[in-house]
Design a protein around this ligand. Sequence first.
Ligand code: SF4
Ligand code: SF4
Length: 289
Amino acid sequence: MKNHVQESSDSEILKDRIREYALKSGALVFGVASPEEISKRSPEGHSPKDFLPNVRSVVVIGGGKMLAGAMRCRDPKWVGVIGSQKLRQVKEISFKLAEYIEELGYYAIPYASYSLANGIWDPDISIKLCAELAGLGTRSLAGGIVLNPKYGFLFYSIILTSAPLKPDEPLKESVCPHPSCVRMWERNHTTPCLKACPECLSGEIENGRIKWMKYNRLLCYPKANWSRVGFQKALLDIINESDPEKRKMMVLGSRFTSLVSALAYSIVSAQCYRCTSVCPVGREFRAKR
Ligand code: SF4
Ligand code: SF4
């Protein structure tokens, strides 16, 4: 029978192997959150064990760093498409990683925020909470997105697994506000992200820390999410069309087909990236010649 020291060293070796595979597969950051800690902070029915009864660890990966050019693109629709593609890349890595964990002999489920309620994303498990607990970043004034201290804005995905992995610690220091944002706040009572989107974002900084913040998701989502809004409008036009032939052409036409395909392949984005493109955290990765 294995003693405690042997078990903990086995767990470290296992975690190193999984981390190495994740990073080799394209993840930029990797961490592990404790399912118990997630449950303590989650409403009923939103805990990892509600999805995988014998879950022992929640692996969190982050990646999909936005193309620097996309952050400067003048067409928000296209920026949304690029962002969705980046999100998809991270999801694909999480599926590969889950398969790898199963090859190592443990149950694994990749989990993505697919749930919709009242027309908006409503994930069953908070991926932001998992990323914070795994020490990958902290929430920001820019819509509460989790900012990684090195890369800034990233997409995150999680894998629930029965593999016993030692959880990481949450970061001790908040990534947001950046020191330059604190100075801007002291001068002008605003920050780059608040200034970029005063309609959706509000908040205050006090003593160099976020005092409060508010994110108007219901306003941001339709503003940033062009494909869902486009789909709803096109569908309404089809319903209101009384001529059966014209209606048929509208359904089979290229515009409606591309909107349906965008939805089917999750080419939807609740980010137009104006708020994140001005954020100084991770700027060195977005500065190109
Ligand atoms: S994603 Fe766009 S609409 Fe949403 S908060 Fe950021 S800047 Fe505003
Ligand atoms: S711009 Fe400044 S205040 Fe806004 S999210 Fe980035 S670090 Fe935080």
